[in-house]
Design a binder for this molecule. Structure first.
Ligand code: NDP
Ligand code: X2W
Length: 310
């Protein structure tokens, strides 16, 4: 049985990972008590006693946790932003294939992608790799997320009695165009320039819809919307990320359609002139905890969907 420790188990991401793993018979979960969970020496003991450590912590605590590991054999799955573009770390989105899949299967240091970044990268990386859009493209992206994406603090804010009435409506943020996911969005897609990125947090617990708009002129010479669809169809055959030719609900796309699930739907709307590339998933599923558990399954060499809700 693999020994697994979740550092930050009491948080939003950690709790969802714990729920996905607690009934598994191939895993022994190492746990700390409420009194011990933030004690550095207790955490260090667990981090060096396990085979796999999930880090579900703020960035600084993740960096600290990695520094506490002396046992070389420990595989680290970090859900924070701290190591996603760091040298020596694999980027945990195996559906991108090639070195991404191998990095997760063989790596000892694996960064779980950011929630918004997951959708953008799923939509754009295969198109750049296939030459359907040039690396020099200037793209834009908007992404609607549930408030659990902001962790315990934002959940408390949205669920408080007598909260600010401004929370009733969707709120755009990342207004200075310096959102923390931009770095990985550029690095992993291979774009020369980071996109213009407009995240929007809304009054629902979890779910996401990430959209990248494209004009036909944005495609490489001679390429069409049909080529984009064929590329996704070839790359995203499931079981976790799947191309869906028609994913709308009678003309609407709900950001909550995959709430509670660990899968991701990829679709293309619009027409031959103006198209929207769309990824739908749960920010806590393929956007965080589900993606982390999928990576764990690949590390352990078991069915990648083990314990996932698809
Ligand atoms: N929520 C989401 O959708 C996503 C989150 N992430 C990332 O995952 C990580 C965790 O986020 P999330 O679960 O949302 O955050 P939460 O705030 O919900 O949870 C973080 C947990 O870490 C604990 N913690 C903080 N500092 C320490 C420390 N020094 N030692 C031990 N435990 C500590 C907190 O303790 P306490 O309970 O006392 O506050 C809390 O339980 C972050 O880096 C986040 O950016 C990634 C993708 C999506
Ligand atoms: C609603 C909300 O605030 N969401 C968070 C992203 C959550 C996430 O993916 O965080 P990590 O990059 O740390 O993994 C944000 O936009 O900063």
């Amino acid at each position: 049985m693999a020994k697994v420790f979740i550092d930050g188990r009491a948080g939003t991401t950690g709790l969802r990972i714990y729920e996905r793993l607690e009934s598994r018979e191939d895993i022994e979960l190492l746990t700390l008590s409420e009194e011990e969970r933030k004690d550095v020496s207790c955490r260090a003991r667990m981090l060096n006693s396990c085979d796999v450590a999930f880090l579900c912590l703020p960035d600084a605590a993740s960096v600290e946790a990695v520094g506490l590991i002396e046992h070389e054999g420990v595989v680290v799955l970090d859900t924070s932003t701290a190591h996603r573009t760091a040298p020596g770390w694999a980027y945990g989105f195996p559906e991108l294939g090639g070195s991404f899949a191998r990095g997760v299967e063989k790596g000892r240091r694996i960064a779980v992608p950011g929630c918004h970044a997951s959708g953008f990268i799923a939509l754009v990386q295969p198109l750049v790799e296939a030459g359907l859009i040039p690396a020099s493209s200037h793209l834009s992206c908007h992404s609607i997320t549930g408030y659990s994406g902001g962790g315990k603090k934002m959940i408390a804010q949205y669920e408080a009695d007598g909260r600010d009435a401004l929370l009733d409506a969707p709120r755009q943020y990342g207004l200075t165009q310096q959102h923390k996911h931009l770095k990985e969005m550029q690095a992993v897609t291979g774009l020369d320039t980071a996109p213009i990125f407009c995240p929007i947090v809304s009054d629902f617990y979890s779910g996401m819809v990430v959209t990248v708009p494209l004009f036909a002129q944005d495609l490489a010479a001679g390429k069409t919307a049909a080529d984009v669809k064929a590329c996704y169809q070839a790359n995203y055959t499931g079981p976790v990320v799947r191309y869906c030719p028609a994913a709308d609900e009678e003309g609407f796309l709900s950001a909550g359609a995959l709430t509670g699930k660990d899968s991701m739907q990829i679709t293309v709307c619009g027409n031959d002139e103006r198209m929207t590339l769309i990824a739908r998933y749960d920010n806590l599923g393929k956007g965080a905890s589900g993606a982390a558990v999928e990576c764990l399954n690949l590390v352990l060499g078991v069915d990648p969907t083990c314990g996932l809700e698809l």
